[in-house]
Every structure is written in structure tokens, then in C-alpha cells.
Ligand binder design. Structure first.
Ligand code: ADP
Length: 431
């Protein structure tokens, strides 16, 4: 504004001419721009005689303000800075002074002013608006913050409530996933996955407990029945001996089952440490096949082992022996007389592969996905006839997993089954 005023005063000075002592603004009235400028610039002006301090001329607006300098004020004014402020009740002006000479060479003081009103008004309006808007803005910010927080927390609260409602007996329930694809949905999905795993584990445990009770109750009922009959009817020593011998057989099966359960329980509780020795699976399979040969031969089953040299893995020989024996035992159990069992051991890239293939009764497609579950036995008359606990394959799976490997089964009913163990090979250079 100051710069504009200085320019305006300098330009106006150019239009000022004196006729004797009378000042006049001379300009081209037909030029609208020039006319507009002079009209605006001469709105607030006054001219004083610099020597006497007499008023020479002033604009009607200044006159209306009822303001006039005294000669002494004019003298002081000449010493002050060339831009000053003038404040009266009606208006506030910013004034610039210029020295001009009348035609008789008298020095005159020309003052050109601009009103500070518009600026003050907009400043006042701004302050007024700020005064009202600021608290309103703060209030709005607080309200919208509160609302946004509620919006954000609402799904967390409902998730929280949904999680709290799921108890151990309702693990099949799932949390709602809103489909927004955000972190909360991810959280709900993760929770659902955890619930699914827990649900599976709890159902397995329930099934296991139910099965154990069932498995133990049957032999115990048989034992009790035999003992009661013997007590009631047997009179001769030989009769008692026969009953006791039969009971001993039954008790052996029971203790085998309890031992297997205990082993599995310890294994799953992480109480068993496995050794990490070099074990040649091919040699181990051969030794075990030799042990099983008599049992197989007794049932007219031919048992062969094929391998292309040593197949060495890192592991615990005792536990690996147990796994292979379980597979061989099953193969013999579920193969009819005159059948064929083939064990094949080979190294393929960095994996050791051990296959036990039989041409026995096979496994139905419905049973196949469950055979590695604890206490699972295919529910058919043929498998109920064989001795078994349904724990063997669970143990095989645990042993193989502890050796960082996998075990799988393929089977066709009436044609036979193949069980495949895959373990990491021990590197050749390792000690
Ligand atoms: P079991 O003590 O009954 O043998 P497993 O866990 O070893 O328990 O096996 C579970 C079930 O898998 C068996 O009851 C049987 O139905 C099936 N199975 C395992 N191996 C064979 C096989 N070689 N041929 C046919 N069925 C098999």
C-alpha cells in the first residue's frame, strides 16, 4: 500500500500545474484510464504554502473530515518522514508528501492520501470471522475426531465381542469378515484360522479320548468275562491254565497299546529327543526285512528289498527302525496268503526315498485321508479281524516329521497299497 501511495503521489505531481497561485490538475479527460487515475488520486489531497503554512487547496473529502494543519504543524511536517498516518473520527489516511513549486516559484507542500478504511474493514471482518469460526472449528474438529474414532473402533469392538462369545465348546463358530480387505479383516481371518486349528485339535482330542475308552473297554470286558466264567465253571488246573494263558495274550496286547499311547503322548509333548547319527536306510531296511521274513513266510508272503547302494540320512536309528517296522508290520497284516511285499530304497537328488509296496487288501478312498490319525482303523470287517491299535501310522508320521521328512500313502482297494517315506539325504561330505 505504501509503495502504491508513493507512486500515486509522484504521478499526481506530474498532473499538477499552477496558474499563478491556483493549483489545477491538468489531464486528458478523454482518456478513461487517465481520468480514472486522477479522480482516484485526488480524492484525498491538500496543498499548503510551505513557507507560510497557509492552506492553498484541498479535496472535498479532506474538507469534510474538518481537518486542517496549522502553520507550525506544516513546519514540523516538513521535517518528518515523507509518509505519515492521519487518524480522525471519520477516517484514517496514509499520507505522502511531495514538494512542488508554484509558477511564482513558491514552495508548496502537496499531500496525497489513501484511505486505510477498506483494509481496516477487511481486517475487522477477518478478526470477527476468526473469533466465531475458531471455537466452531475446534468444536467441529473435536466432534469429527470423536465420530471418526468411534467409526474406527466400532469394528474392533464388535470383533472383540465376537471373540469373547467363542468358548471351547463353540470352536466351530467363526468371526465375521467384512470384506473391506483391511487390517481388521486380516485379523479376523487370522483368528478364524487359529479357531479352525484349535477346533481340529480339540475334536481330535475328543475323538482320541472316546476311542481310548472304547479300545480299553472291549478287552477289559473280555478279560472280566473269562475270569468270571473260569471262577464259576472251571474245576481242573488245565482249564485255569488255558484261561490264564488267553488272558496273558490279551494283557500283552493291552500293554502294547498302552505303551504305544504313552510313547505318542511323550512324543507330542516334546519329551523325546532324537539322535542325529548317520543311518543307512538301505542297510536298515534289509536287516528289518530279514527279521520280518519268518513272519511273512509263515503266511506265504514273499518279502523283497531293492536298493541301489547305501542311502544315508541323519537321524535316530532306533526310531527310524520303529517307523519301517510299523510299515512292514502293516503290509504283512493286510496282505493275503501268497502275496508280495516289496521294499525299495533309493536316493533321488537330495532326498532319500523308502517305499513299502504290497498287493494286499488296499485302503478305501474314504479311509485313505484318515489312516495317519491316532486310533484310526478302517471300519471294515477285515481290519477289525486283525490285531491293531490304530496308533502305528501316527507314530510313523511323528518319526518322519521329526526327521524333516514326509510320509504318504497310495492305495487301491483289493489291489494293494504303497507307503512312501521321504527324508533329506545326509550330504556326502558331512562327517
Ligand atoms: P493298526 O494298528 O490298525 O495297523 P495303523 O495306524 O498302523 O494302525 O494303521 C491304521 C489303519 O490303516 C489300519 O487299521 C488299516 O485300516 C490301514 N492300513 C495301514 N497300512 C495298511 C496296508 N498296508 N494295507 C491296507 N490297509 C492299511
Amino acid at each position: 500500500m505504501r509503495k502504491e501511495l508513493v507512486e500515486r503521489a509522484a504521478a499526481l505531481r506530474g498532473y499538477l500545474h499552477f496558474e499563478g497561485k491556483t493549483p489545477r490538475f491538468v489531464y486528458d479527460a478523454s482518456d478513461p484510464e487517465e481520468a480514472f487515475f486522477v479522480r482516484e488520486a485526488t480524492r484525498y489531497y491538500q496543498i499548503y504554502n510551505a513557507a507560510t503554512g497557509e492552506l492553498v487547496e484541498r479535496s472535498p473529502e479532506i474538507k469534510a473530515m474538518g481537518f486542517q494543519y496549522t502553520p507550525s504543524e506544516i513546519r514540523d511536517l516538513l521535517k518528518e518522514p515523507d509518509v505519515t498516518m492521519l487518524q480522525t473520527d471519520q477516517a484514517s489516511l496514509l499520507l505522502r508528501r511531495e514538494i512542488v513549486r508554484a509558477s511564482d516559484r513558491t514552495r508548496c507542500l502537496l499531500q496525497v492520501g489513501v484511505s486505510l478504511e477498506p483494509r481496516d474493514t477487511s481486517l475487522n471482518r477477518f478478526l470477527q470471522i476468526t473469533f466465531w469460526l475458531l471455537p466452531l472449528g475446534v468444536l467441529l474438529a473435536v466432534l469429527s475426531g470423536w465420530w471418526m474414532a468411534r467409526q474406527l473402533l466400532a469394528p474392533i469392538e464388535s470383533l472383540n465381542a465376537a471373540v469373547r462369545e467363542i468358548s471351547i465348546s463353540q470352536l466351530d463358530r467363526r468371526l465375521p469378515v467384512r470384506g473391506a480387505g483391511d487390517e481388521l479383516d486380516q485379523l479376523a481371518t487370522t483368528f478364524n484360522e487359529v479357531f479352525a486349528r484349535l477346533d481340529k485339535a480339540v475334536s481330535q482330542m475328543k475323538g482320541f479320548t472316546a476311542n481310548i475308552s472304547h479300545e480299553l473297554r472291549t478287552p477289559l470286558t473280555v478279560l472280566r468275562g473269562e475270569a468270571e466264567i473260569a471262577l464259576a465253571r472251571a474245576t481242573r488246573v488245565e482249564d485255569f491254565r488255558r484261561v490264564i494263558e488267553s488272558q496273558l495274550e490279551e494283557l500283552e496286547k493291552l500293554s502294547h497299546m498302552v505303551n504305544q499311547m504313552l510313547t505318542l503322548a511323550k512324543a507330542e509333548a516334546g519329551q523325546i529327543r532324537l539322535a542325529r547319527d548317520k543311518v543307512d536306510l538301505a542297510a536298515l531296511a534289509r536287516t528289518l526285512a530279514e527279521q520280518m521274513e519268518a513272519v511273512a513266510a509263515a503266511r506265504g508272503i514273499v518279502l523283497t528289498v531293492r536298493s541301489n547302494g547305501p542311502v544315508v540320512v541323519f537321524g535316530d536309528e532306533g526310531w527310524l527302525e520303529r517307523a519301517i517296522l510299523n510299515l512292514l508290520d502293516n503290509a504283512v497284516k493286510f496282505t493275503q496268503e501268497g502275496g508280495l511285499i516289496e521294499v525299495r530304497v533309493q536316493a533321488r537328488s537330495d532326498r532319500a526315498l523308502l517305499e513299502v509296496r504290497d498287493n494286499g487288501v488296499g485302503i478305501s478312498p474314504q479311509a485313505l485321508p484318515h489312516i495317519f490319525e491316532r486310533l484310526y482303523r478302517e471300519d471294515s470287517s477285515r481290519s477289525k479281524q486283525t490285531d491293531g491299535t490304530g496308533l502305528g501310522l501316527s507314530l510313523v508320521q511323528w518319526i518322519v516329521q521329526q526327521h524333516h521328512g514326509q510320509v504318504s500313502a497310495d492305495s487301491q482297494p483289493e489291489r494293494g497299497s504303497t507307503f512312501r517315506m521321504e527324508l533329506p539325504l545326509a550330504p556326502l561330505s558331512s562327517p
